[in-house]
Design a protein around this ligand. Structure first.
Ligand code: GLV
Ligand code: MN
Ligand code: MN
Length: 426
């Protein structure tokens, strides 16, 4: 007999982990005490369901529900069905971005195990729940680092050399957490176990709240099926000037990179606003050395640009680079641009998407297909295996912020839809 847990009970067990009193919401960077505690929670919940928990060479957690009577070392795991998401967060993020997908996967396993026990589910393949590290890139700067390493879409040498804000390399932090940096990178054995990957995620915008989908009471459908992931990338601008004294340096004598950075941020917004479908953000800026009475010698700022057309994104970044050079020169500064990561627009596997649409319709009739502007491990893995996504309604329409929200009833419908999707694919 399986005791089914609700997704809301699972999430309430971790509601105090990684709370950020200063920023609000949650800060759960990869391999921080909070993220490690969440991994422990996941492993314990998986063990309660008799799932075999393993960590692969890239630090991805796997909880395997093998076929009955199956030897876990046998090749029966090849082509398995995989679901899951991530447990790390942006600084001051919401409660659902990542954990909703992991908790929903565990709750869906409960439903599926109950169905198997009652004879209404017959499986032809194993199922695994995966937890991907550093999905947000909030500690080492590159999003979806675990899935990129697994898929081989990032050079492991580049990944291992990435540094966090304290100067620790990803190699050192991985080693301290039990990984062998020399063994990290594309893993065809693990990729071979993924026949299909389906990620459930909180909807991160207003997609399900638009008039097109809402009823007279303004209520949208609880679940959508993913259609595509917007192309997106991160670039670092380093603007160098002359560090100096705030009191003794006349205004005419300054080469202040902070002034150039301020103008560049305004130029970014104007340039993106003039391009239909574009989104561009400067959400992080670091003056060096960063003193109230110090004219900075350098300012690093990070640009996030997204557009459905990869060529348009490239042209936008080139345009912004030109503007940065002009602005910097006018302020007596210089500027250097580095691309830190880029992922082109991804359209999910059409056959898998159709299957998801049919399965979800049983729980949420009329569930629409939505494109997402957020990045996901499912988008990265799509380069190697068929992937698909489900999105659960977020009435606030806000994400990467404490106001991100999911109603209990919608979360439960999301689990039921995910369980039906998985059952039909098993
Ligand atoms: C992650 O959520 C991203 O879209 O940056
Ligand atoms: Mn996410
Ligand atoms: Mn996110």
């Amino acid at each position: 007999m399986v005791n089914t847990s609700s997704v809301n009970t699972l999430l309430s067990a971790i509601e105090d982990t990684g709370r950020d009193a200063r920023r609000g919401g949650y800060s759960r960077p990869v391999y921080s005490a909070a993220e490690l505690e969440l991994r422990e929670w996941f492993s314990a919940e998986a063990a309660r369901r008799n799932l075999a928990v393993e960590t692969d060479r890239n630090g991805i957690l796997w909880a395997w529900w093998d076929l009955p009577g199956n030897d876990p070392t046998s090749p029966e795991r090849r082509g398995a069905l995989v679901t899951g998401s991530h447990l790390d967060s942006v600084p001051g993020g919401g409660a659902f971005d990542g954990p909703l997908g992991v908790a929903s996967a565990l709750a869906a396993v409960d439903l599926l195990q109950a169905r198997e026990n009652s004879g209404s589910l017959f499986r032809n393949r194993a199922l695994a729940v995966a937890v991907f590290p550093e999905e947000e890139g909030s500690r080492f700067g590159v999003a979806c680092l675990g899935s990129r390493l697994l898929a081989g879409t990032i050079d492991p040498r580049k990944a291992l050399a990435l540094r966090d804000a304290d100067g620790n390399t990803f190699a050192d932090v991985s080693r301290a957490n039990g990984r062998d940096p020399d063994a990290m990178g594309r893993d065809d054995a693990v990729l071979g176990t993924i026949g299909d990957f389906v990620e459930l995620h909180v909807e991160q915008g207003r997609g399900l709240n638009t008039e097109e989908f809402t009823d007279a009471a303004g209520h949208g459908p609880a679940v959508a099926v993913g259609g595509s992931v917007l192309g997106h990338g991160r670039w670092r601008f380093s603007i160098s000037g002359q560090g100096n004294h705030a009191g003794t340096t006349l205004m005419a004598d300054r080469a202040d990179p902070m002034v150039a950075a301020a103008q560049l941020i305004v130029a970014v917004r104007q340039t993106a606003a003039a391009q239909s479908g574009a989104r561009a953000t400067v959400g992080r800026l670091e003056p060096v050395p960063g003193g109230t009475n110090v004219i900075a010698s350098r300012v690093d700022l990070w640009l996030d640009v997204r557009h459905p057309d990869d060529a348009v994104t490239a042209a936008l970044v080139e345009k912004i680079h030109g503007q940065a050079q002009k602005i910097a020169a006018f302020e007596g500064c210089s500027v250097q641009l580095t691309e830190e990561s880029y992922s082109g627009t991804v359209h999910f596997d059409p056959a898998l998407q159709r299957s998801l649409e049919q399965s979800v319709a049983r729980t949420v009739p009329g569930a629409p297909v939505l494109a997402t502007g957020a990045g996901h491990d499912a988008g990265v893995l799509a380069a190697r295996v068929p992937t698909g996504m489900l999105f659960v309604r977020n009435p606030s329409g806000i994400s990467h912020s404490p106001e991100e929200y999911v109603e209990d009833g919608d979360a439960q419908l999301g689990v039921e839809a995910l369980a039906d999707v998985l059952q039909d694919l098993l």
